[in-house]
Design a protein around this ligand. Structure first.
Ligand SMILES: *Cc1c(COP(=O)(O)O)cnc(C)c1O
Length: 345
């Protein structure tokens, strides 16, 4: 019997029995009235973890990012971001629909905008120009393969933006993967930005929810905008309980996911027909290319015969995402599937 190893996304994780227990016993109230004790406990915990002033629990990472943009720009402003990022490509055009800003897209190596690119994209003050009011950075970078944004570059960006009164938002959907892989505490990343978002619903294993963190003023505004967008929830302490459990139990173990990703990458590197998109993975995402062919979908189908599920993201490449529902045996099963497929390919 082959077990199903589902590597399509780290959003697929299901709450464990222990997590379901804390959900069941959570103390709750109406969070729109600001009366849910478990939500408040979670938000305070995140404030302590990041060193920022205030935090807001929201239904999704998309909402966290979009609130950050909406609260730190005016209609018609420019927002600088990389052209492969989540905000630009996977948020259903919300940046235009909700904030009515101009996304200024930069092509960035490994997904990482540099301080030099920021400086060269700030235009002089002139009535012809839309002012650049926000820079969005993604850490880890999903489509670049879970790469970790170098802290020194982030600090350099912080410096050049602060001099020009430009705000910085970090889309940190997988910031804990970055933190664990690089050994950088969240407080260091938080120091490089005005707002930070991250997800509980990915590698941390909670069923629903994301966080937006920032100054008390920005988060106060975000709270009103969250209501406007229909994201004001009531007894959401049930979800916050899962998020608290995730912070307490599922952060350090992200290193296991990173090890599984490196093991798969090493196996891919040994094959004849497949290759890695870039170097060894830094975190939990592996991109595999099919050499000399556009057969990614066909390879995905073959992998499914071995019980391994993954998505193609382009005709010649497949993305594998490791997460807490994948154990050592299942990671080994994935390696064997790749090795066997390479033999018969
Ligand atoms: C998953 C993800 C998000 C948020 O996604 P939701 O599905 O809206 O929670 C944001 N940014 C990145 C980089 C992501 O991978």
């Amino acid at each position: 019997m082959t077990e199903i190893v589902d590597l399509r996304s780290d959003t697929l994780t299901r709450p464990s029995p222990a997590m379901r227990e804390v959900i069941a016993s959570a103390e709750v109230g109406d969070d729109v009235f600001d009366e849910d004790p478990t939500i408040n406990k979670l938000q305070e915990k995140v404030v302590a973890l990041t060193g920022m002033e205030a935090a807001l629990f929201v239904p999704s990472g998309t909402m966290a990012n979009q609130l950050a943009i909406r609260c730190q720009t005016q209609i018609g402003d420019e927002v600088l971001l990389d052209d492969c990022g989540h905000v630009m490509n996977y948020e259903a055009g919300a940046i235009a629909a909700i904030s009515a800003v101009i996304p200024r897209q930069i092509h960035a190596t490994n997904g990482f905008i540099t301080a030099g690119q920021v400086v060269s994209n700030v235009r002089c003050e002139d009535d012809h120009h839309a002012p650049l009011s926000l820079v969005v950075l993604e850490n880890t970078h999903n489509m670049a393969g879970g790469t970790v944004f170098p802290l020194s570059e982030m600090q350099a960006i912080r410096e050049v933006t602060a001099q020009r009164a430009i705000a910085v938002h970090i889309d940190g959907a997988r910031i804990f993967n970055a933190s664990v892989a690089a050994g950088v505490p969240l407080t260091e990343y938080a120091r490089c930005c005005d707002t930070l978002s991250f997800c509980f619903s990915k590698g941390l294993g909670a069923p629903v929810g994301s966080m937006l963190v920032g100054s008390a003023e920005t988060i106060g505004l975000a709270r009103r905008m969250r209501k406007m967008l229909g994201g004001g929830m009531r007894q959401s302490g049930l979800l916050a309980a899962a998020a608290i459990y995730a912070l307490d139990h599922n952060v350090k173990r992200l290193a296991d996911d990173h090890r599984h990703a490196r093991e798969l990458a090493a196996a891919i590197d040994r094959t004849k027909h497949f290759s890695l998109l870039s170097g060894p993975p830094e975190t939990n995402i592996v991109f595999m290319c099919i050499k000399d062919s556009d057969a990614a979908d066909a390879v995905c189908e073959k992998l499914a015969d071995y019980g391994v599920l993954a998505f193609s993201t382009k005709p010649d490449r497949i993305r594998f995402v490791f997460h807490l529902d994948i154990n050592d045996d299942q990671a080994a099963q994935t390696v064997r599937a790749i090795e066997q497929l390479d033999q018969i390919y």
